[in-house]
Design a binder for this molecule. Structure first.
Ligand code: ZN
Length: 312
C-alpha cells in the first residue's frame, strides 16, 4: 500500500485550500461579472461607460478628494483585494496605489501585470519635466501633466487602452465592450461639438489656475494657459511669482482664476482681486458636484460654468 507522507499531505491540503480561496480570482468563469477598480474618478466615469452592465467598477478615491496627497484608508485595501483588473492614470497622479497593492496580497494588480491598464499609453503628454527634480520643486508631476482626460480628444486612445485590457482578461466580453466603447465615443463626439460651440466666443481667453490641472482642457478648447498660482505644487507660491503673475494678468486682461474645488481659495482670491479678475471654483474630476458623475455631465458642468464666468 502506498502511503502519502505527512508533510506532502499537509502541502497538498494547503494547495487545495489556496485553490479554493483563489478560485474567484483566477480563471474566472465565463459568465461572471467583471470586477474593475479605477484609481481616480475620471477613469471611473470613463470605465463605467465601457463596462455598462457587464460588471462593477469601483473607485479608490472619493469624488472631490485631492488625489495628489491622498491618505490611505483600510477600505482601499478591500477594493484592491476584490478587483481583478485595475485602470490607472499611467503617470504620477495615482502612484499612492502602489503601496496599497504591494501589501494587499493581490499581485494581479502590480504595475506591469497584464490586468493593469495604463490609460495614458499612446497619448501625447504635455509638460514633461526636464532637468533635475528635487523636493524644492514640490510635488511636481515629473513624467508630465496627468490631467489628460479633460481633453475629450484623448478619449479614443484612453478607451482603446481600457477595452484592450478588459478584453485581454475576458475575451468572451470583448465584442460587447467594444460596442459600448463605440456608443460612448459617439456620445462624447456629439457633446464635444456643444462644448466647442459654447467656448468658441472665448477663443484665446487667457486663464490662470491654482493647480496645473487644465493644460489639456485649454488645448482642446483654444484657451490660453497664462500661468498657475501653485508654481511648485504643495509649496506656498513665492510673493515674487505672484507679483509677476498679477502683472501679466493685468496686461492680458485675464478675467478668471480657476480653483480646483479641493484647494482653499484665499490666495487665488487675493490674486484675482489684485488683477481685477474673479475666482471660479471648479471640480477637476467627475462626481464632486451633484449630478456630474458621468464624463459628459462633468465636462458639461465645466464648460457651462466657464463660459458663464467669461461673459460676466
Ligand atoms: Zn495634478
Amino acid at each position: 500500500m502506498r502511503t502519502v507522507s505527512r508533510p506532502l499531505l499537509c502541502a497538498l491540503t494547503a494547495l487545495a485550500l489556496i485553490a479554493t480561496v483563489a478560485a474567484p480570482w483566477s480563471g474566472a468563469p465565463a459568465q461572471s461579472r467583471l470586477r474593475v477598480l479605477a484609481t481616480l474618478p475620471d477613469l471611473w466615469a470613463i470605465t463605467r461607460a465601457i463596462v455598462g452592465d457587464l460588471g462593477e467598477v469601483q473607485v479608490a478615491t472619493r469624488p472631490g478628494q485631492n488625489p495628489h496627497d491622498l491618505e490611505i484608508r483600510p477600505s482601499q485595501f478591500v477594493l484592491v483585494k476584490r478587483a481583478e483588473i485595475l485602470v490607472r492614470n499611467g503617470l504620477d497622479e495615482d502612484a499612492w496605489i502602489d503601496a496599497i497593492i504591494e501589501s494587499s496580497g493581490n499581485p494581479r494588480l502590480l504595475r506591469g501585470a497584464p490586468s493593469v491598464v495604463e490609460a495614458v499609453r499612446g497619448l501625447t503628454i504635455l509638460k514633461i519635466r526636464t532637468g533635475p527634480i528635487d523636493r524644492s520643486l514640490g510635488d511636481v508631476h515629473p513624467s508630465g501633466n496627468p490631467h489628460f482626460t479633460l481633453d475629450p480628444g484623448t478619449l479614443p486612445v484612453v478607451t482603446a487602452n481600457i477595452v484592450a485590457g478588459l478584453g485581454r482578461l475576458r475575451p468572451d466580453l470583448a465584442e460587447r465592450l467594444d460596442a459600448n466603447r463605440r456608443a460612448f465615443l459617439d456620445d462624447v463626439a456629439a457633446a464635444a461639438h456643444r462644448w466647442s460651440d459654447a467656448l468658441a466666443p472665448h477663443r484665446g481667453a487667457p486663464l490662470v489656475s491654482y493647480h496645473d490641472s487644465w493644460p489639456y482642457f485649454y488645448q482642446a478648447f483654444g484657451l490660453e494657459d497664462l500661468g498657475v498660482i501653485e508654481d511648485r505644487p504643495g509649496v506656498p507660491p513665492s510673493p515674487r511669482h505672484l507679483i509677476a503673475l498679477i502683472s501679466q494678468m493685468r496686461q492680458r486682461r485675464a478675467k478668471v482664476v480657476l480653483v480646483e474645488s479641493w484647494y482653499p481659495t484665499d490666495t487665488a482670491a487675493a490674486v484675482a482681486r489684485a488683477a481685477g479678475a474673479r475666482v471660479l471654483v471648479l471640480p477637476q474630476s467627475p462626481g464632486a458636484v451633484k449630478g456630474t458623475d458621468t464624463y459628459i455631465a462633468h465636462l458639461d458642468f465645466l464648460v457651462t460654468s466657464l463660459a458663464r464666468a467669461l461673459v460676466e
